[in-house]
Write a protein that binds this ligand. Structure first.
Ligand SMILES: Cc1cc2nc3c(=O)[nH]c(=O)nc-3n(C[C@H](O)[C@H](O)[C@H](O)COP(=O)(O)OP(=O)(O)OC[C@H]3O[C@@H](n4cnc5c(N)ncnc54)[C@H](O)[C@@H]3O)c2cc1C
Length: 394
């Protein structure tokens, strides 16, 4: 029987992982990416066991682990004193519970490994400078039309084209993007610039009125990653490359703990990026009879649970299983959405709820929240314990 050809639009973390899972399941794939070159931005990314299962399956788990930091714990701190209000163990406990590690990696390292893996499985399968405009479906298959005037035909289309997905817009209609009121500063500082023994190898969320910061080590502990999410009335670009003045970031974190001041003071003043965070409702209808979406295209989320890319990676693994198990494409795509909708919606909703929690201005409320709840047990129970390769498909 002829292999079904799957066209994937978008060579981000989601598109590349899906490509690997589909190639390993025996499908032919082709990836179309709008950018003139492949790559990712210079920032950190957290990969918990639920995503690491897939990276292990794709044969890059050990390689990414070797380039990452395995944090001892996840800690929640007060913004001014640094006092730890709650903590749950990661490292050995996460590995023992979920049979895969919790890694903090550099996005570019992960992206490079995924790219290499795909090209090893199918050389020349990624076409660059290909911006999709729209697609058409017929009895012959699904045809993609690019802005350079070319078109291609395949059997199935996967839209892994991110938050501004044109494939989602065509399948489900335009989805409104509403500014959350938050923007995320992003900087990295090399270890050698920082004082000796600066910050443990933990994942820290620093919570303060109207803003929070996240700090963790990447690149084997040689680079500190800082993300500072601040309530900002004026919306700017939803972009990884938009830069803003260092002075603004410095003033945003006035009065915060000395460690935060140290990180900001040592940042490269010309490399202060800020991404405006938008909310989009989780799309209800992901698929047509021959096309579907995954990752941020389907369920963009605030990064307040560090699970957006993990969900994209899970999606690809489940989608490949559905297409392999069910030969009728539209049934397979329905099975895929049915098995992904509730989980991804819960991630979006929990991330939204964390926005409120992380930005409380009342310390007593923060303490009350954490005294009522076992954050680690909850995440271990529903979030990190999921294995997209083995979960029973319903
Ligand atoms: C500050 C911040 C921190 C985060 N931290 C984490 C974390 O720790 N852990 C985690 O799991 N997630 C995290 N995320 C979320 C994560 O970055 C995203 O969920 C993830 O990158 C989505 O992957 P994707 O492949 O769906 O989309 P993208 O990475 O956006 O990839 C989409 C690709 O499609 C291409 N494309 C778009 N339109 C077209 C077109 N028309 N034609 C052709 N190509 C096109 C783009 O160029 C791009 O390469 C974070 C997000 C932010 C903002």
């Amino acid at each position: 029987m002829k292999k079904r050809k799957i066209l994937i639009v978008g060579a981000g973390l989601g598109g590349l992982s899906a490509a690997g899972c589909l190639l390993k399941a025996g499908f032919d794939i082709e990836i179309y990416e709008q950018a003139p070159s492949l790559g990712e931005v210079g920032a950190g990314i957290q990969m918990s066991a639920n995503a690491m299962h897939v990276l292990n399956y794709l044969g890059i788990g050990e390689k990414i682990s070797a380039q990452s930091v395995r944090p001892e714990a996840y800690v929640f701190r007060l913004h001014n004193t640094g006092e730890i209000i709650d903590r749950f163990a990661l490292s050995d406990e996460h590995l023992a519970l979920h049979k895969a590690p919790y890694n903090q990696a550099h996005r570019a390292d992960l992206h490079n490994l995924l790219t290499e893996m795909v090209l090893e499985l199918k050389p020349n399968s990624i076409q660059l400078n290909k911006t999709l405009k729209y697609f058409e479906e017929s009895d012959r298959g699904v045809r993609l039309f690019f802005d350079d005037g070319t078109n291609v035909i395949g059997d199935i289309l996967i839209g892994a084209d991110g938050v501004k997905s044109v494939i989602r817009d065509q399948i489900s209609g335009k989805v409104p993007a509403t500014y959350t009121g938050d923007s995320a500063w992003r900087i990295t500082v090399p270890k050698e610039a920082l004082p000796e023994n600066f910050m443990d190898h933990v994942m820290s969320v620093w919570m303060g009125p109207g803003k929070h910061a996240v700090t963790y080590w990447i690149k084997g502990g040689t680079l500190l990653n800082f993300v500072g999410c601040v309530e900002t009335p004026v919306a700017s670009d939803e972009s990884w490359t938009a830069k803003f003045p260092w002075e603004e970031m410095k003033s945003n974190f006035k009065g915060w703990h000395q460690d935060i001041q140290t990180v900001i003071d040592l940042a490269d003043k010309n490399e202060c990026f800020r991404w405006a965070l938008y909310n989009r409702p989780v799309v209800k209808n992901w698929s047509t009879s021959q096309a579907t979406i995954l990752g941020d295209a389907a369920h963009a989320t605030l990064p307040y649970l560090a699970q957006g890319a993990a969900m994209a990676i899970e999606d690809g693994a489940v989608l490949a299983r559905c297409l392999k198990d069910v030969s009728e494409t539209s049934e397979a795509l329905n099975l895929y959405q049915r098995n992904r909708y509730d989980r991804t919606k819960k991630v979006v909703e929990t991330s939204n709820a964390n926005r409120k929690l992380f930005h409380l201005d009342n310390e007593a409320e923060i303490r009350a929240y954490f005294s009522d709840r076992d954050e680690g047990a909850s995440r271990n129970d529903w979030l990190y314990s999921y294995n997209p390769l083995t979960t029973v498909l319903k």
